[in-house]
Design a protein around this ligand. Sequence first.
Ligand code: SAM
Length: 345
Amino acid sequence: MAAASRLVSSALAPPPPLTDSHGRVIHDLRVSITDRCNYKCVYCRTGEVGAQYPELSNDEYLRLIRLFVALGITKVRLTGGEPLLRRGVVELVEELARLRTPSGQKLDLALTTNGHLLESLAMSLKAAGLNRVTVSMDAVDAAAFERITRVPGSFPTVLRGIRAARAAGLTPLKINCVLLRGFNDDQIEGFARFAREEDVIVRFIEFMPLEEGRLWSPEIVVTLKEIVACIARTLPLVELPAREASETARRYGFADGVGEIGIIAPVSQAFCGACSRLRLTSDGKIRTCLFSQVEHDLYGRLRAGSGDQELSAYIVRTVQGKEARHHIGEPGFLKPSRSMVHIGG
Ligand code: SAM
């Protein structure tokens, strides 16, 4: 009887989560579903390079994502390139929303977008089962925004997208802004006001050496300390406690209780020790770190006929080799072979 109940409970127990050799539990997968983008943000792209990598079919992404979920991934974020350019993105979300973790939970489903196509897609994405979106936006001044994206009319289009996402319930709605010194750091205070007026969480991100060109230098990075000091001059801030250990953003509320901002500081205050992420590129390669020097060809194995068990074993082995940390700013630092837009941000 005791043996039988042990058997039942071990059959019900979820499989061990994906854990790397540094003891970090991996539960967050970012999947790039295209490396095409309709924006040419000047700090990200040279404007001379288009899409460089193939895309898989929705069924192929689904087959691979299913394997990750069975191994312990609980959060999936679709990204790119620009994921809303991908035909069938709503259907893909619908299929992902049907997946369940080994303990029977729904996935936490998110998407990162430049917002250009969000106005028309927000309702369908929500209905398909998407939980929330993060919209990238690097200026609150329309002219500055359009200089950055190199797309006329982009500012009002993205603003309508943000409002449509909020109306559709794709919340909490986060706005990510990458700051570069002498370029858009004059937008910080405007963004703080924008967060309060539009009821969104604005997160400032330190610029990382992941651009197509050669723009990055330690001096161009606007650090967490500087951002906090700049906002606090006009709007006092209080630091908020982290909701989970692997949270990338340091959270701050405004002292009057209205609104929240976050700061993601991978350069000045790296959070690699709590990293819970893996990336799958649009062509089906696993990247264990944004700054990995190697990629792991999961899709190549699928194409060569590997079965689910072999592919899962490959994922587990690959996760074991996840890098301890990145080496931004250290002597001998090497940029990865792909830039952000081709990896999936
Ligand atoms: N097209 C989608 C978007 O705009 O959010 C997804 C892809 S985009 C590459 C993802 C995010 O990466 C954007 O917020 C972008 O600002 C950010 N990003 C691009 N280059 C970066 C860099 N060198 N350092 C930090 N963030 C970067």
